[in-house]
Write a protein that binds this ligand. Structure first.
Ligand SMILES: [Zn+2]
Length: 94
């Protein structure tokens, strides 16, 4: 019984640390290499060496990580809510 509680505690602490680490790393390293072009940003033709930009990353070779995409979406929603409230407040003054 006692070991089960400590095991759960260890798992909970490990999960919390992992989550905090992931959040931190998404703040410091928001991008990852594009999977389609493997971070190159271009595709090369085998015949004449012509290049084509990757459509998935628009030729940058990098895409936002999942956690950062979530954070950006949340920020946009929060900003929209705040702008909405301010507009309501301005309407009240008239
Ligand atoms: Zn790409």
């Amino acid at each position: 019984m006692n070991t089960l509680i400590s095991l759960e505690g260890i798992i909970a602490v490990a999960a919390a640390l992992f989550t905090l680490g992931y959040i931190w790393s998404c703040g410091v390293f928001p991008y990852k290499a594009c999977r389609s072009c493997r971070g190159q940003g271009i595709f090369r033709s085998a015949i004449f060496g012509a290049i084509r930009l990757c459509r998935r990353c628009d030729g940058t070779g990098r895409v936002l990580r999942f956690g950062r995409r979530l954070y950006n979406r949340w920020t946009r929603v929060r900003r929209a809510i705040r702008a909405d409230r301010q507009r309501d407040r301005r309407d009240d003054h008239r």
